[in-house]
Design a protein around this ligand. Structure first.
Ligand code: NAP
Length: 532
């Protein structure tokens, strides 16, 4: 394998890695990007399960760094499908000739900092691949599948698919008895599609989830034209909202509205569809009592939709709405009205084991032909902890983060000079529209590298003190928040043994952007620089 000597090594060729290549090249840095996939797209390369699509409107879940790109590209639906998003990623790669700087089918196993040489050495399983002054981890927040440990799973004779590493070929469920384990976003999107083909579908649910209808449909060309005419303004407005989505977020408290007013507002948002349902009132994620009003509304909708009251009961979440990431669905709850679809509550009937031909739960064998595992990801830290990353003094990141991530702004880590993370823990990332959030990180990192070059600096490192203060701040604001009271992948509670730490920054995108800007305005406060 060829060794690449370059200014910047990038791990990951998803939307973050692709934008990094583009911007760094523009600034005159030499780059080499590595990805274990055979193509660009990151999460959209891997998550090919039936029904996979974006839960943020595509006109907003798209790049804004190049106006001609956003003017030229035409999304066809309100929420783009996975194939369309992957096509978009490939279009961007072709348009800006990004592939020539990417090594595909290459999973980075280690990244070690060479203090004397002031550079990073990256290796895959076969040997040294790159030496670079800087290393940028664009490894994604939801890129390492969480695989459940279930007795007998390896014995099962039929095919087993994980939604996060779905095969490239079309899987035909026609006439098969299928089981799905998990009821998060991936399951909620795929279950209606699988049910349409399968002879029988059994869903194994550990925690019921809230889902708001997508009301997806073709994008009206006239609407697209209007959006494009005002794209810049829309993007600017989005940056002023908590989650980086241009939508109306009310600030008034739910508890000050009358029940009739609340019902009307929730109904209006239910009919509009999508994640911004939670923007109905300003206190929904602050007060349990307020949250209950929205949760009750959605539970009532589930009961209206699902005909069997016992099944509806099982599908009604007991926890707060928005604690786990809200799901957006197309016909999910209706699917349980089909005679060949059944729901098993794992709290009442835990899986005892999997045999060659069945799942044994609650003392009963449910015969299946294939198994779909929709158990999500080792989120936010999984991809970084899976790489042997060593900083100064060969210190291991895995040791530093053994009790949870410690990072400055989710961008840099003390003791790991010249290493950056895109949308790392401690940044708003997964609580926001990821594309603009990625772009904000890419722009910040690239501006930092350009400023260093101008000043003759060759090493940058986050200060331990600034890092500790930011990590404390991230923890302090999440402690009283309703969101941190629900077990979720934000907290790592979906992965057995993972420390329970609320990982993303809950202060919102505008506050975070301001902090990043202040850091720069104050001479890169919290970072130290030196010259070789
Ligand atoms: P997820 O939200 O973490 O859901 C995983 C599901 O599997 C949960 O129902 C979980 O139950 C269950 N589970 C986990 N381990 C289990 C075990 N050992 N036994 C039984 N059940 C188990 O994962 P996901 O659905 O893949 O979604 C993850 C995130 O990816 C989403 O929140 C979203 O941010 C993103 N995503 C987005 C879209 C989109 O619409 N654009 C689509 C898919 C994914 P518990 O809740 O009890 O842990």
């Amino acid at each position: 394998m060829k060794q690449h000597d370059c200014d910047v090594a990038i791990v990951g060729a998803g939307f973050a890695g692709m934008h990094l290549i583009y911007r760094l090249r523009q600034l005159g840095f030499s780059v080499r990007c590595f990805d274990k996939a055979s193509g660009v797209g990151g999460t959209w390369y891997w998550n090919r399960y039936p029904g996979a699509r974006c839960d943020i409107e595509s006109v907003q879940y798209s790049y804004q760094f190049d106006d001609a790109l956003q003017q030229d590209w035409n999304w066809t639906e309100r929420y783009a499908t996975q194939p369309e998003i992957l096509k978009y990623a490939n279009h961007v790669a072709d348009r800006f000739d990004l592939q020539r700087d990417i090594t595909f089918d290459c999973g980075i196993a280690s990244a070690h900092y060479d203090e004397a040489g002031q550079c990073w050495g990256l290796r895959d399983a076969t040997g040294c691949l790159a030496r670079a002054r800087y290393c940028i981890m664009a490894t994604g927040c939801l890129s390492v599948p969480n695989r459940p440990e279930i007795k007998g799973l390896e014995r099962f004779a039929g095919p087993v698919y994980h939604t996060g590493t779905w095969p490239h070929e079309r899987i035909d469920f026609t006439g098969l008895r299928v089981a799905v384990i998990g009821t998060g976003s991936s399951a909620i999107q795929s279950i209606p599609h699988i049910a349409r083909k399968a002879a029988g579908l059994t869903v194994f649910q550990r925690t019921a989830n809230y889902a708001i209808p997508a009301h997806n449909g073709p994008l009206d060309p006239e609407r697209l034209k209007t959006i494009k005419a005002g794209y810049g303004d829309m993007r600017a407005r989005a940056k002023t909202t908590y989650g980086g989505i241009d939508a109306v977020y009310n600030t008034e408290p739910a508890l000050e509205a009358t029940p009739a007013e609340r019902e009307a507002e929730y109904e209006r948002r239910w009919q509009a569809g999508g994640l911004t349902f939670l923007g109905a009132y300003g206190d929904l994620m602050l007060s349990k009592q307020a949250n209950d009003t929205a949760a009750d509304f959605v539970r009532a909708k589930i009961r209206q939709t699902v005909k069997d009251p016992a099944v509806a009961d099982r599908l009604c979440p007991a926890n707060i709405i928005g604690g786990k990431r809200l799901c957006v669905d197309i016909g999910y709850f209706e699917t349980y009205n089909l005679d060949h679809v059944s729901l098993i509550d794992l709290n009442q009937h835990p899986i005892e084991e999997i045999t060659e031909t069945a799942i044994r739960a609650g003392g009963k064998d449910i015969a299946i032909d294939c198994l779909v595992i929709a158990t999500g990801f080792d989120a936010m830290t999984g991809a970084l902890m899976n790489i042997d990353i060593r900083g100064r003094g060969e210190a291991l990141l895995q040791n530093k983060w053994a009790n949870g991530p410690i990072a400055y702004l989710g961008l840099a880590i003390a003791g790991f000079p010249n290493l950056f993370t895109v949308t790392g823990p401690g940044s708003p990332s997964v609580l926001t529209n990821m594309l603009p959030t990625i772009e904000q990180h890419v722009e910040w990192i690239c501006a930092c590298l350009a400023a260093m070059r101008e000043r003759g600096h060759t090493v940058v490192e986050a200060d331990g003190k600034a890092e500790a203060a930011w990590t404390d701040h991230v923890r302090d604001i999440s402690a009283p928040a309703l969101k941190s009271t629900t077990g979720s992948w934000y907290l790592g509670s979906n992965v057995p043994g993972k420390p329970a730490v609320f990982m993303p920054y809950l202060g919102g995108l505008p506050a975070y952007i301001e902090k990043c800007q202040d850091v720069v305005a104050n001479g890169y406060e919290g970072f130290s620089f030196s010259a070789g």
